[in-house]
Write a protein that binds this ligand. Sequence first.
Ligand code: C2E
Ligand code: MG
Ligand code: MG
Ligand code: MG
Length: 279
Amino acid sequence: RAKDGGGGRHCQFEPILHASAEERRKLELSLRGALERHEMELQFQPVVDAKSENIVSFEALVRWHSPEHGFVSPAKFIPVAEDTRLIVPIGRWVLRKACEEALAWPEHIKVNVNVSPEQLLDPDFTDDVVRSLSETGLHPQRLEIEVTESIFLRDASVARSALEQIMALGCGVALDDFGTGYSSLGYIRKLRFSTIKIDRTFVKGAEQQSAESLAIIRAVVAMAQSLDMTTTAEGVETIEEAELIRALGCDKIQGYYFGRPMSASDALKLFSQADRQRA
Ligand code: C2E
Ligand code: MG
Ligand code: MG
Ligand code: MG
């Protein structure tokens, strides 16, 4: 944590979760076989329409319950999984499981699945998506893949063609954590992202009356609208933030205020409750 010079207000930093080399080695050992030992779980966080506040989607978020390390945050083990390419089988499991769960929801509800660069650049990725959709029977339009700007750092043309194949299937592609990476407007021009997810640091900034954060959110919303893309604001935690984000014209909102990541069965219960109320 750091204080800024003048007002003494606390700046919000992401907690530093980089594991030490020794810790990473231990995590890596345990991570091998974690899938087979059924230590992975998927949770689902609601994404709501900003105006109606109805759920429009759930983002699938992987959880690892390790007998050796306890609960390990994805911020800690995903980088290890990426470095070791264990993310490829883990990501394949996430994709398949997310499609399976989504099938039980009402048909207008989508599912968002995070995909790492290593996974996207794997030659089998498109086939994995096709197989998950065909074997579960989930309509391609109900799946939105989430990628961050980091996918364009390594092999931009391969990443781009993989995303184009996914889009050709009818799936959406969201640009996650927008504004925190090596943002290149060039890729926004070349690829028809369905959604731009505005990183939660801008949402926090806007609520703290940062003129810069407000201006950036406004600009991203305007850009997305003119390019026929939708926007989702991430990390909305309070009613004040929700109202501000709505006023700024974001289409969708995700954050603790509307719902924390929850188990698949709790997500499903949200619909049966709504159905009971209607009946
Ligand atoms: P992300 O894709 O940007 O996901 C949103 C993260 O923000 C999640 O953290 C979520 O729990 C958290 N979040 C949601 N609302 C709020 C809020 O109101 N306040 C705050 N402070 N946080 C909020 P989580 O689940 O710990 O995941 C962290 C990151 O790990 C994800 O960021 C994503 O980059 C990665 N990740 C998670 N699951 C997967 C996966 O299945 N595959 C891959 N490749 N990456 C994943
Ligand atoms: Mg995401
Ligand atoms: Mg995000
Ligand atoms: Mg993130």
